[in-house]
Structures are given as structure tokens and as C-alpha cells.
Ligand binder design. Structure first.
Ligand code: MN3
Length: 235
């Protein structure tokens, strides 16, 4: 009887060990070996060719701004969130959850900049700019008095932003506002419904306009702003 119990015990130990070593199906394909790799953030394709916004933004500026700066934010973020649950979240969710969190500044900066740039590319189009139509024009006239006043307020906001940052057109209820943010800060982290954005970091215009930020912003307003995209963002 005693030897029988030992035999059964041995069989059970071998069975348990084989399960431990080879996995529950006994083939060696344990579940731990089939975990899917975490999805990395990708640089989204531009909505147009790199030379499509010439002569207002050169292909050379786009090659650095999109190909180097934007790419670097995406690459840095992937390194910062590798192996943590944030790797599976959207950029918008990461920006909202890390804004103002002292030990998450690097994650916030890179996630917000990755999102801001994707939004900036879509805020422009070839042969854009000028006066919008329809509901957007009504909202602009209601909120600023006239399109011309909006154009001058937006220019003033962009020129007066001290150092690096962004100028946003946001919707609050049934009116529009111009909002400035510094460095990587993003209006989506503050719960705004954003319609358009202009990048006023020096890297956005320095190759084409050097220190003339105002000339860049006027070109953005008069020739590049994508009002169709802004209209699609209205609530
Ligand atoms: Mn930029």
C-alpha cells in the first residue's frame, strides 16, 4: 500500500512539473510564451506631400519638422512607456492623465507633442486659409465681431506667445475662443474642443521665415488654414 501511494505521488509530481516546464498543453507552448508584443505608437502619414504647402512652408521645413521633430516625440514616447500599461492607451488619454503630474513630465511632453503635431498637420491644407463659410463664419462673427477681428486677434496671440508654444481655436458651447499654450501644453488636456492649431515653436518657421514669426502666422491664416477640418471638429 505504501509503495502504491509513493508511485501515485511520483506520477502526480512528474505531471505537475511537466505542466510547469512545458505549459498546460504539454507541448512547450506555454501561455507565457505567446503574449502579444505591446503595440508601439507610430508616426502617422502626413495628409499631403512634404512640398504641398510651398511656398508658405518649404519641403525642407517639413522634412525636419515632420521627419525629425515629430518622429522624435513618437520615438521618445515609445521608450518612456515601454512595458507599462500606458503603452496601450491613446495619446489623448495619456496627455489628459499625465498633465501636471510631476514624475510624468517627460511622458506628458512627448505624448502631447506627438498629438499636437498630428493635429497641426491636419489644421493645414494646400490652397487653404482665408475666410471660412457657413456655421464657422457665423460662430466667428458672433465670437469676435468679424472675420478680420478674428484674424488680427489670432495673429496677436501667436506673436505674443513668449517662447515656444501653440495657438488654438477652440469651441466653448456656442462660441469660439483663441487660446495659447506654452511648450508641449495642449488644449485637449484642459478639456477643450479644439478646432485648429498653429505651431509657433521656432522649428515650425525658422528655416523659411527666420525671426519673422508674424509673416509665418499670416501665411498660415491666409493660405494654409484648413477650415474644412475645423468644421468637422465642431460640436
Ligand atoms: Mn513643432
Amino acid at each position: 500500500m505504501k509503495s502504491y501511494i509513493i508511485k501515485v505521488f511520483r506520477v502526480l509530481v512528474v505531471f505537475a512539473l511537466s505542466d510547469f516546464i512545458f505549459g498546460s498543453d504539454g507541448t512547450g507552448n506555454s501561455s507565457a510564451q505567446t503574449v502579444q508584443p505591446k503595440s508601439a505608437f507610430q508616426l502617422q502619414p502626413l495628409p499631403y506631400e512634404q512640398n504641398a504647402l510651398e511656398p508658405y512652408i518649404s519641403a525642407k521645413t517639413m522634412s525636419f519638422h515632420y521627419g525629425k521633430h515629430h518622429q522624435a516625440y513618437v520615438d521618445n514616447l515609445n521608450k518612456l512607456v515601454a512595458g507599462i500599461p500606458m503603452a496601450d492607451q491613446t495619446l489623448e488619454k495619456i496627455a489628459k492623465e499625465t498633465t501636471g503630474v510631476a514624475d510624468k513630465i517627460a511622458i506628458f511632453n512627448n505624448a502631447a507633442q506627438a498629438w499636437n503635431h498630428s493635429f497641426f498637420w491636419r489644421s493645414m491644407k494646400p490652397d487653404g486659409g482665408g475666410k471660412p463659410a457657413g456655421r464657422l463664419l457665423q460662430l466667428i462673427e458672433k465670437s469676435f465681431g468679424s472675420y478680420e477681428k478674428f484674424r488680427s486677434d489670432f495673429t496677436d496671440a501667436a506673436v505674443s506667445q513668449f517662447g515656444s508654444g501653440w495657438v488654438w481655436l477652440v469651441q466653448e458651447e456656442d462660441s469660439l475662443r483663441i487660446v495659447k499654450t506654452s511648450n508641449a501644453d495642449t488644449s485637449i488636456a484642459h478639456g477643450k474642443n479644439v478646432l485648429l492649431v498653429c505651431d509657433v515653436w521656432e522649428h515650425a518657421y525658422y528655416l523659411d521665415y527666420q525671426n519673422r514669426r508674424k509673416d509665418f502666422v499670416v501665411a498660415f491664416l491666409d493660405h494654409l488654414m484648413n477650415w474644412d477640418f475645423a468644421a468637422s471638429q465642431l460640436k
